[in-house]
Design a protein around this ligand. Structure first.
Ligand SMILES: *Cc1c(COP(=O)(O)O)cnc(C)c1O
Length: 230
């Protein structure tokens, strides 16, 4: 059982995080306002989420649609799906989520677009790219990413691709982590150059253990769980 944090604790945590963000920004001459924190609230209570809402957050990342459905009964937010999606869950994703960051197959894109059409909806999505060598992680292979984006962009118009997302390799080797983030940024630039009017802006990269490196490599959104709550 995880303990429930009060608002004061969360506010102190966030101040500390903003300081780290601003230090990382100044190392590479970036503007702090170009980086957004997406609080990842998996396994955290609606009470903690409401504290974060008081601290002016209104989008939250979750891994499981079931958890989003339960929490959204109590708490109205933008729920962002960041975990792998089974295609039989797509209907609920369309109903409850305002964005998905884990778009990782054509099968999923097809199913999503089908349900979006039924409900007359659009959804923002980032393509999850597998920049690490670990076998277990989901995501599009970097060498297939441009084709994948092209296919989704042209065939599934109700999915609005706004950027790319990755989880860096789980290692202490900072240069390996850095190369994952660098690769994602280069893929974004490549896609924007090759696909007219695509205009990807978002790079969702960096978690509690590696967000500073991600910022140095161009992240526009860091997904933070344990650093905020634990
Ligand atoms: C859990 C999770 C996070 C947050 O991880 P922390 O290390 O706790 O910050 C970020 N992204 C994804 C996809 C996650 O599943």
């Amino acid at each position: 059982m995880t303990n429930i944090n009060n608002q004061e604790f969360l506010s102190i945590r966030l101040k500390h995080i903003y300081l780290k963000i601003s230090q990382a920004c100044s190392r590479v001459n970036r503007n702090i306002s170009d980086i957004k924190i997406l609080p990842v609230t998996k396994k955290r209570s609606v009470e903690e989420i409401s504290h974060l809402k008081n601290l002016h957050f209104n989008s939250f990342g979750e891994n499981h649609i079931q958890e989003i459905i339960q929490k959204s009964k109590i708490c109205k937010n933008n729920w962002i799906m960041i975990g792998h999606i089974q295609t039989n869950k797509v209907k609920q994703i369309v109903k409850y989520c305002s964005e998905i960051q884990s778009l990782d197959s054509i099968k999923l894109a097809k199913e999503l677009n089908k349900h979006l059409l039924i409900y007359g909806k659009y959804i923002n999505a980032t393509v999850q790219v597998k920049t690490s060598k670990e076998i277990s992680k989901y995501g599009i292979d970097p060498k297939d990413t441009l084709n994948f984006i092209n296919e989704v962009y042209h065939n599934f118009p109700n999915i609005k691709i706004i950027g790319l997302m990755t989880i860096a390799e789980n290692t202490n080797n900072k240069s390996v982590i850095r190369s994952c983030f660098k690769q994602l940024r280069e893929l974004k630039d490549l896609a924007n150059k090759n696909i007219p009017n695509l205009n990807l802006n978002k790079l969702s990269m960096g978690m509690s253990n590696d967000f500073e490196i991600a910022i140095e490599e161009g992240s526009t959104e860091i997904r933070l769980g344990s650093l905020i709550f634990n």
